[in-house]
Unconditional design. Structure first.
Length: 292
């Protein structure tokens, strides 16, 4: 891997790790619905501008159903669930729960194929489950009342990512940028009906608006562009190693900017989740080093 691509990978992990920090900062003022609508709408506008500048096709015609399904599973629903969980859970814990997406993917694949996964995958699933149990235990952090539902929401969100990945294994022939652009607009439409039902939580501050701007433009728009560039340069398998780096930055930003305290149980649970994810995905250093 070239130095430039390594820097891109680290930057992408830092940006996506910061998304949990920004959600924690914005959700007390905006609430989950307004936060996610603002995020995906800003991301959609940013990607529209990129599409126009690069003169790329939008290919919306004939793919509306595809974009709606992708926008629901890969964007609107998981973003909303993480925003709900961010009202209670620390950013560091959210970023670790997010890393369980490949574990959910292995479960979905096994159910669809009606076969037992390989022993390595089974061990990864067991370690991931143990890691989640450690993280959710009462001794993992001093969590407030109602944290149980927030943890469940934080686990369903990566499950949605896994469903989207399973669907995307045989997607229509749509370019990557068009997929990101179309699904972001679909997520905006899906989030719109929630606004009158789930009002903003409190007075909107300048800090909350800046956090939403960062979520929409940086964590949604710029991050997508970085990710697609890495896929083009390295291939999908090597680009997905960002999964293992996001919790590192998520924990780091939480400690530095939110004064979150990281206990031994959090570190142990996070390590188990990441190790289980590595086993499930079959992470190979040889494959990573050999990326073109």
């Amino acid at each position: 891997m070239s130095t430039l691509n390594l820097l891109r990978l680290l930057l992408l992990a830092a940006i996506w790790g910061a998304s949990f920090l920004f959600m924690r900062l914005a959700v007390p003022a905006l609430g989950p619905a307004w936060l996610i609508f603002s995020r995906v709408a800003l991301g959609a506008l940013f990607l529209l501008a990129v599409t126009l500048v690069l003169r790329q096709p939008t290919v919306w015609r004939g793919h509306r159903r595809h974009f709606l399904l992708l926008g629901l599973l890969n964007t609107a629903l998981p973003f909303l669930l993480f925003a709900y969980a961010a009202r209670v859970l620390p950013a560091s814990l959210l970023s670790i729960l997010n890393a369980s997406a490949p574990i959910w993917g292995a479960v979905i694949t096994a159910l669809l194929q009606r076969t037992l996964p390989a022993w390595r995958v089974q061990l990864g699933l067991l370690l991931g489950l143990c890691g989640v149990a450690v993280l959710a235990s009462s001794g993992a952090m001093a969590l407030p009342a109602g944290a149980g539902l927030a943890v469940v929401a934080g686990l369903i969100a990566p499950f949605c990512y896994a469903l989207a990945s399973s669907y995307a294994k045989e997607p229509p022939s749509v370019p990557a940028l068009a997929n990101a652009h179309g699904s972001m607009w679909a997520a905006t439409l899906l989030a719109l009906p929630l606004l009158p039902v789930v009002p903003a939580a409190g007075p909107v501050t300048t800090g909350a608006l800046l956090a939403v701007l960062a979520l929409g433009v940086l964590c949604s728009g710029v991050a997508y562009l970085l990710y697609f560039r890495l896929v083009d340069e390295l291939g999908a398998a090597a680009a997905l190693t960002v999964t293992y780096l996001i919790p590192v930055f998520g924990v780091l930003w939480g400690v530095l900017f939110l004064d979150e305290r990281i206990g031994g149980n959090t570190l142990a649970g996070g390590a188990l989740v990441l190790l289980g994810t590595a086993l499930v995905t079959g992470l190979s250093l040889r494959q990573f080093r050999g990326a073109r």
